[in-house]
Each structure stands twice: as structure tokens, then as C-alpha cells.
Design a protein around this ligand. Structure first.
Ligand code: R1P
Ligand code: MN
Ligand code: MN
Length: 415
């Protein structure tokens, strides 16, 4: 009888480990999410709620710092590298045209985005008037607010009160291929916001925009507005079947935890678990690992790193969140069975020391662990799609069109 095959993919959203070779095309030369956080921690400049050098002993054991060194040429500052390496590790480059969340996730599932998304590039008066007219007419709105590039927390503080007074939704975007709509959960209503997003998704036909994102918030005035966990992403579908779809179609289970289902437009997902916040997402992941049977992928997106700390340029918060994640990691490692594969990775960078509030084009870590996984360097991976190709090989699925499997390196006897 063959052993159970289970893979657990944890995406630390935005956890880059050093500028990508093509970072210059994105204005991101020198960006380094991990490296810059470590630098400020080592300098004693990230002391709010935590203290001292960045402390990630469990991720370091899996090879995080060695993966960082493989792309930047040096270990992150102040971090202890005196660890026995128990994981297989590599930095990976992105071949997708954008540095956004769907591109990163689709690529790691074996389907890079090689076409160009549509973008709303104007910083002000951002959306085409004819598109706005259609949205306003379809939803019978009194008008809209925003119509610019913005950081989501800044724009609700600036326009949230006017939105509540007038009933005009707040429309904004970023460097990503997104239309974001922020509305008050009670005064505008969550259902109305979701309907507005669905209608907008349809009216964007032809613009090739990756996602419409509902950004509900609560509170009474600009000083206490807060976004809620009811965010919803309306994504286009990946252009070809991801490894998730292939497994789901071949008697497999694909469990989505957090945003994963939305990011893949619900394609190839057989079970969805909603959870908000690092703690709940981690708890849900442990529970699904305990329950997972043969031919199962459990995939979790830890969005807080990106949404609460990367985009908010909050170095201390990012460091504290990483240290929390690292502390919890052993709870997961002890649950792994003989032939399981655990993959820790990221979808892009979001350097909290960088200018603006957008993502950064970086290498991501690929850290693999399992009782049967051979530790050591996997070199520098040319595409996140190596993950998808490896999963395809592991589950005996037809090969993906992109990526090189590293299964022979991590499990020489099975490959
Ligand atoms: O500033 P907020 O609203 O968090 O938006 C950020 O989150 C979006 C989707 O992840 C990105 O495109 C970026 O603009
Ligand atoms: Mn992301
Ligand atoms: Mn983001």
C-alpha cells in the first residue's frame, strides 16, 4: 500500500526576500522586505510591542536566511544563522508580468500570467468616464468618490464621512490591476457593496482588470473607521488549469483557507474555510492538516503581512507578525506525516520601508519541509511555477506547461 500524499502550501502574503532581477522595471531596485525589516530590528528601530533583532529561529532552520543570502549575497542583519538546516530552500523569481496577488498565486500553481493586465494608470481622474457612468447608472448611485490611486486606510479616513453623508461609494486603485470599492458596512450595507462589486466586475469586461475588491468598513467618523474581515475579491479566472484544478479533477481535495478561493476565482477548490487574522488562519490550517486525507492540498493565504503591515509601511507590525508566525510553526511541523510536503512561500514583496504603499518586485522564499524531505539548497528557482510543477509530479498529475519540478531533489527515492 502506498503512503498518503498530502501537500500544505502556506503563503505569507508579501514576504519578499530581496529585489528580483527585473526589479528595475517596477522601480523596485534595492527593495527587500525581509532584509529591511531585519535591518531596522537590528538597529533597535522596531521596538513597539517587540524588541531587538528579528527572531525567526524556526523559519531560519527551514532555510529562510540561506535563501535570502542566495539572492542578496548576505544574511539579513542581526539574525542568528547558527542553526541546523532541516528544510530544502531556495529563492524564486517571478516570470508573470505583474507583481500582484493573483499573478503570484497563479504562477505558484503552475500558471504564470504572461499577458499584460489592464491598469488604471492616472493618479487622479483614474477611471474612464464611460465606465463610471455605466456603474452609476446600473446601481442608481448619486455619484462616486475617490476616482484616484490611494492607500485603502488613508482614503476611508479622508472620504469616509462624505461617503456616509452622500451614499456615494469610494472607488480607488493602486499600481495593481484592481478596482477597489470601499463602503460603510451599515450605512451603505454589505450586500449593496457586494452587489456593486459584482455589477462592476461585469462592466469591466474588456478592460482586463485582474480584480474588483470589496472593502467594507465600520466606525462613526474619520478617527475610528476600520476595515472589516468581510473583504471580498472578485478575480478573473486563471487562463489555464492550475495544479489545484488538475488535482480536484483527479479525485483530490483542495482546501482553501482564507483568501485562496477568491484568488483562484473558486477554480479547483473543493472546500472553503473562512478565517480572519493570523491566529485564526493558523488555527484553521492546523485543523485542516489534522483532517486531511490522501491526495489533498491545503492552501492558506496569510494576508495580514501584506494588508496590515506591508501596504501600511509598518515595520514593527510586520516584524511582530513574522515572529508570531515563527513561534507557531512547530505546532504544524509535528503534525506532518511520513510523505507530507510543507511549502512556505510568498506571492510578491511589499517592503514596509519602501516609498509609496504598493507591492515590490522581489524574490520569494520557497521553503520545503517534511519527514522525508531532503534538506539543502535548491539553487535559485527561475519561476514560482516550479512549485506547481513539483506538486503535479508529487500527485502524479499531467505536467504543467511551466516550471521545473524539484521533487527529484527533495524526495530522490520517489521521483
Ligand atoms: O491599500 P489597500 O486598500 O490595502 O490596497 C492594497 O491591496 C490591494 C490588493 O491586495 C493592492 O492592490 C493594494 O492597493
Ligand atoms: Mn498578495
Ligand atoms: Mn497587497
Amino acid at each position: 500500500m502506498t503512503a498518503k500524499k498530502r501537500a500544505f502550501v502556506l503563503v505569507l502574503d508579501s514576504f519578499g526576500i530581496g529585489a528580483a532581477p527585473d526589479a528595475d522595471k517596477f522601480g523596485d531596485t534595492g527593495s527587500d522586505t525581509l532584509g529591511h525589516i531585519a535591518e531596522l530590528c537590528a538597529a533597535g528601530k522596531a521596538e513597539n510591542g517587540r524588541q531587538g533583532p528579528l527572531h525567526l529561529p524556526n523559519l531560519a532552520s527551514l532555510g529562510l536566511l540561506h535563501a535570502a543570502k542566495a539572492c542578496t549575497g548576505h544574511f539579513p542583519e542581526g539574525m542568528s544563522t547558527d542553526v541546523a538546516i532541516t528544510g530544502a530552500y531556495a529563492p524564486a523569481c517571478e516570470i508573470s508580468s505583474g507583481k500582484d496577488t493573483p499573478s503570484g498565486h497563479w504562477e505558484m500553481a503552475g500558471v504564470p500570467v504572461l499577458f499584460d493586465w489592464g491598469y488604471f494608470t492616472e493618479k487622479e481622474n483614474t477611471f474612464p468616464p464611460e465606465l463610471l457612468e455605466k456603474i452609476i447608472a446600473a446601481m442608481d448611485l448619486p455619484g462616486i468618490l475617490g476616482n484616484c490611486h490611494a492607500s485603502g486606510t488613508e482614503i476611508i479616513a479622508r472620504l469616509g464621512e462624505e461617503h456616509m453623508r452622500t451614499g456615494k461609494p469610494i472607488l480607488y486603485t493602486s499600481a495593481d490591476s484592481v478596482l477597489q470599492i470601499a463602503c460603510h458596512e451599515e450605512s451603505f450595507g454589505l450586500d449593496s457593496l457586494l452587489k456593486l462589486c459584482e455589477v462592476s466586475r461585469e462592466l469591466l469586461e474588456g478592460y482586463n482588470i485582474g480584480r474588483v475588491i470589496a472593502r467594507p468598513f465600520t466606525g462613526t467618523n474619520s478617527s475610528d473607521f476600520e476595515r472589516t474581515g468581510n473583504r471580498r475579491d472578485y478575480s478573473l479566472s486563471p487562463p489555464s488549469p492550475t495544479v489545484l484544478v488538475k488535482l480536484a479533477n483527479d479525485e483530490g481535495e483542495v482546501v482553501s483557507i482564507g483568501k485562496i478561493a477568491d484568488i483562484y476565482a473558486h477554480q479547483g477548490i473543493t472546500k472553503k474555510i473562512k478565517a480572519t487574522g493570523l491566529e485564526a488562519l493558523f488555527d484553521a490550517t492546523l485543523e485542516e492538516v489534522r483532517q486531511a486525507g490522501d491526495r489533498t492540498i491545503v492552501m492558506t493565504n496569510f494576508v495580514d503581512f501584506d494588508m496590515h503591515y506591508g501596504h501600511r509601511r509598518d515595520v514593527t507590525g510586520y516584524a511582530e507578525a513574522l515572529e508570531y508566525f515563527d513561534r507557531r510553526l512547530p505546532e504544524l511541523l509535528v503534525l506532518l506525516e511520513k510523505d507530507d510536503i510543507l511549502i512556505l512561500t510568498a506571492d510578491h514583496g511589499c517592503d514596509p520601508t519602501w516609498h509609496g504603499s504598493d507591492h515590490t518586485r522581489e524574490h520569494v522564499p520557497v521553503l520545503i519541509y517534511g519527514p522525508n524531505v531532503k534538506p539543502g539548497s535548491l539553487g535559485v528557482r527561475e519561476t514560482f511555477a516550479d512549485i506547481g510543477q513539483t506538486l503535479a509530479a508529487y500527485f502524479d498529475l499531467p505536467a504543467m506547461d511551466h516550471g521545473t519540478s524539484f521533487l527529484p531533489d527533495i524526495m530522490p527515492e520517489t521521483a
